[in-house]
Design a binder for this molecule. Structure first.
Ligand code: API
Length: 328
């Protein structure tokens, strides 16, 4: 608050350390809340500034990021036998806060493991506590020690909670009492499901060109903003490619564009496929453009998401002056 009335330091004169990670191409800057507290007065402006795909953080093959994960480790849980607990807050490129992020959770857990040595991490998110288990040496989950030499890549399995089609959970507009299942919404036939965040899932026939048969950047925005979704929705296209396998593309709320992968979206594809009778099994492989995610969607238990988390680089990021580039 006092920042605005006192002579401020120019943008960039203060920095905060960050580590860049990605999970199947969904990429995040991870910042320790202990470093950010007091130094990053406006987390939204910080995310807007550094996530920009043209002018944001540089250092790997892509400029910018899909969000900033602010991580607050509960020091009382470090060093014991049990899981380490950490609060995960995802601030998106438009400064909004997402309740949950599956690929972000994998990156967050890998970061916590790097800091504390813990293989099991309880991530506290606005959507609830999500347990994540970090594995090394068996990246594809098939057994063996296939990537043990690659210290920067781990496999993380995240408990994703139980997907819900209930109108109040998605949420759907207040006047809806029934789940939205295979209904036309703004040009797509969608099924709405909450996997920590709302997804509108539309299955596209393989003969119609599959997920690449539609121009996502033009078909998704009207659905993302449809009145039936009072808090908006992520828009996910899916195509069944075989028994238990699907292609996926997601247009994300908060990013306001397509991402290379979306973990809550992959679980949404699985849950919707089960509901629509498109999958006989509960363990599925869902492939967004950035790779393949293993998911399970059991009838009466938490869904799981398994995939890689890869550490890209460390960087000191300038703290923009409060308000720079943000709404506030
Ligand atoms: N990429 C994330 C989802 C972020 C959700 C966010 N875009 C929203 O609902 O506002 C994932 O891997 O699950």
């Amino acid at each position: 608050m006092s920042e605005s009335t006192e002579p401020t330091e120019s943008a960039g004169s203060r920095t905060v350390p960050a580590v860049k990670y990605h999970g199947t191409g969904n990429d995040f800057l991870v910042v320790d809340a202990a470093d950010a507290d007091g130094r990053v007065p406006d987390r939204g402006a910080f995310a807007v500034h550094h996530c920009d795909r043209e002018t944001g953080v540089e250092g790997a093959d892509r400029t910018g990021a899909d969000g900033v994960l602010f991580m607050d480790i509960d020091e009382n849980t470090v060093g014991g036998d049990g899981p380490v607990t950490a609060t995960m807050t995802l601030v998106q490129p438009d400064a909004s806060i997402a309740e949950m992020c599956g690929n972000g959770a994998r990156c967050a857990a890998a970061w916590v493991r790097e800091r504390t040595g813990a293989d099991v991490v309880d991530l506290e998110t606005p959507a609830g506590v999500r347990r994540a288990e970090v594995r090394t040496g068996d990246v594809d989950g098939t057994g063996g020690d296939d990537r043990a030499s690659d210290a920067d890549e781990v496999t993380v399995e995240v408990e994703m909670g139980r997907p819900s089609f209930a109108p109040a959970d998605v949420p759907l507009a207040a006047d809806r009492d029934e789940p939205l299942v295979e209904e036309p919404v703004e040009g797509l036939t969608v099924t709405a499901v909450d996997t920590g965040v709302p997804h509108a899932v539309a299955f596209v026939d393989g003969d119609a060109g599959g997920v690449d048969g539609l121009d996502l950047e033009s078909v998704a925005p009207p659905v993302r903003h449809a009145d039936v979704f009072p808090e908006g929705a992520n828009v996910t296209l899916a195509t069944r490619t075989g028994e238990g396998t699907f292609d996926q593309r997601t247009y994300e709320r908060g990013v306001e564009g397509e991402t290379r992968a979306c973990g809550t979206g992959a679980v949404a594809v699985g849950a919707s496929a089960r509901r629509l009778g498109l999958a006989d099994r509960t363990d599925l492989a869902v492939s967004p453009p950035g790779g393949t995610l293993r998911i399970t969607v059991p009838e009466d238990a938490s869904a799981t998401l398994t995939g890689p988390a890869e550490r890209e680089f460390e960087i000191d990021l300038a703290v923009p002056e409060s308000g720079t580039g943000g709404d506030e």
